[in-house]
Design a protein around this ligand. Structure first.
Ligand SMILES: [Zn+2]
Length: 473
């Protein structure tokens, strides 16, 4: 079965055929670096990571570009409020963003262009000039340059808006606006007082680019006129992605994107995330509450991307238990795999349900279902002594492949010196058959979050998941 995706443009599930396989040119709208990204943003980035990893597991070579929007209405507004130059202000949030990506185990994109880099500003100006020469862009009396919507009849097709029913609203200078507002959008915004120090010289005077032209310029500069996949959250569809299509296709004369993939909204505790409701979380907020990056990754990844995700603390706790279950199973397999050399007899390792579920429009719920079926079945066989070392090794190999897509492995926890000392003491107590001391030390270690199991090979210890004692929020 080929890989298939739901294409927002056609509203149909389609076989995935890139322009020049195995290469996949993929563009993902990145953060606007005016604040810390929130978990709604990260839902989209985790989904894009799953998409990239699955395509790679299926033999594609993904070249992914993610932009950083470091100049727009919001970055300028917030940097001025903070009394900091734009560049200095956005740098802090760029750095924080990369730390967050790492914590969520999101594979770095091939490139992270930033809108204010001179080569991209030049590319934006070049595109706007091209649109102007075609009569599609025009400078208005306010000095800004706008896109003449009447020249692009396909506007609204991605969002499936019926433009005939919507009243044109003239010109729109804001980067973001409501679905009801259909108007000529700004490509270049003439400098005004609110821009402060921010501005670039252009054929239309001093000003700055609109948000939409930034993405068209960076995407086509790095990936060419035709992209295989373009992703984002559903709230990017209108007006942002509509505008990207209009600008890019008018400039290049080619179909901008083959497959548009959008992930659905994230709710928190059943409500729309909003600062005023008190359910607005950045990644930092959650890690401070004791949740690890991989637990948050699990919670964000485990719901199919086109379904709304209700993010709850019960969901995080469920993610924590699921990961413990996987860890224990993998540790058990590893232990068994080291005990002998008998060949594999079971077919579990040939299980392909995980991959085929993901082929079907990234059905992660189905894929995880297959994983946990495999865990249950192999645990049962191990309980009954019907699983050989060879079986365990073969299944571990399978798990390595699957985990290449999931990235669920435990954090490589360094053992603190204090814990090391207690472990040594306990090993000595056991050697001396001093059972009361051994038990006391085990309790002491458990109180510090390290659980000890005694096996034939000696003490085995597992670090309880971060913050396991303080799981209730
Ligand atoms: Zn974008």
């Amino acid at each position: 079965m080929p890989v298939r995706f739901f294409n927002t443009y056609t509203r149909e599930i389609e076989d995935f055929v890139p322009i020049a396989p195995p290469l996949v040119r993929m563009y993902t709208c990145g953060p606007t670096v005016y604040n810390f990204a929130h978990i709604g943003n990260f839902r989209a980035y985790v989904f894009e990571d799953l998409l990239e990893r699955h395509l790679e597991a299926r033999g594609f070579k993904v070249h992914r570009v993610m932009n950083l929007t470091d100049v727009d209405d919001k970055t300028i507004r917030n940097s001025r409020a903070a009394g900091a130059p734009l560049e200095e202000f956005t740098r802090r949030f760029k750095e924080a963003f990369f730390e967050d990506l790492k914590r969520l185990r999101i594979k770095p994109a091939a490139e992270y262009p930033a809108a204010t880099e001179p080569r991209y500003i030049a590319k934006m100006i070049e595109m706007i000039r091209e649109l102007e020469s075609l009569g599609i862009a025009y400078q208005a009396e306010d000095g800004s340059v706008y896109f003449r919507l009447s020249r692009f009849p396909d506007y609204g097709r991605l969002a499936h808006l019926n433009l005939d029913e919507l009243r044109p609203t003239g010109r729109i200078r804001n980067d973001d606006y409501e679905k009801e507002s259909i108007g000529d959008f700004a490509l270049w915004k003439a400098w005004d007082e609110a821009d402060g120090e921010v501005g670039w010289d252009s054929p239309w005077g001093r000003g700055r680019p609109g948000w939409h032209i930034e993405c068209s310029a960076m995407a086509t500069a790095l990936l060419g006129p035709e992209l295989d996949i373009h992703c984002g959250g559903v709230d990017n569809i209108f007006p942002h992605h509509e505008a990207e299509i209009a600008q890019s296709e008018c400039c290049t004369g080619k179909k901008f994107v083959r497959y548009w993939l959008h992930c659905a909204h994230l709710m928190v505790q059943g409500q729309k995330m909003a600062k005023s409701v008190g359910n607005f979380y950045t990644l930092r907020d959650l890690t401070e509450k004791g949740w690890s990056g991989r637990e948050i990754r699990y919670a964000l990844i485990s719901v199919n991307y086109r379904l709304p995700l209700n993010f709850t603390f019960e969901g995080l706790a469920a993610a924590r238990s699921a990961l413990v279950r996987i860890d224990e199973w993998a540790a058990r397999l590893t232990e068994l795999a080291g005990t002998g050399s008998r060949a594999s007899a079971h077919a579990l390792a040939a299980e392909t349900g995980f991959q085929t579920a993901l082929d079907d429009d990234l059905n992660i719920a189905g894929a995880l279902g297959h994983l946990f079926d495999t865990i249950r079945e192999s645990n049962r066989l191990m309980d009954q002594g019907q699983f050989t070392a060879g079986d365990a090794r073969a299944l571990l190999n399978w798990w390595n492949g699957v985990n290449g897509v999931l990235a669920f492995e435990p954090e490589a926890a360094a053992i603190p010196a204090e814990i090391e000392a207690l472990l040594d003491k306990r090993a000595l107590a056991r050697k001396n058959k001093d059972w009361p001391a051994s038990d006391r030390l085990r309790d002491e270690l458990a109180a510090k979050g390290w659980e000890i199991k005694d096996t034939k090979e000696g003490q085995r210890f597992v670090r309880r998941p971060e913050g396991a004692q303080a799981a209730q929020i």
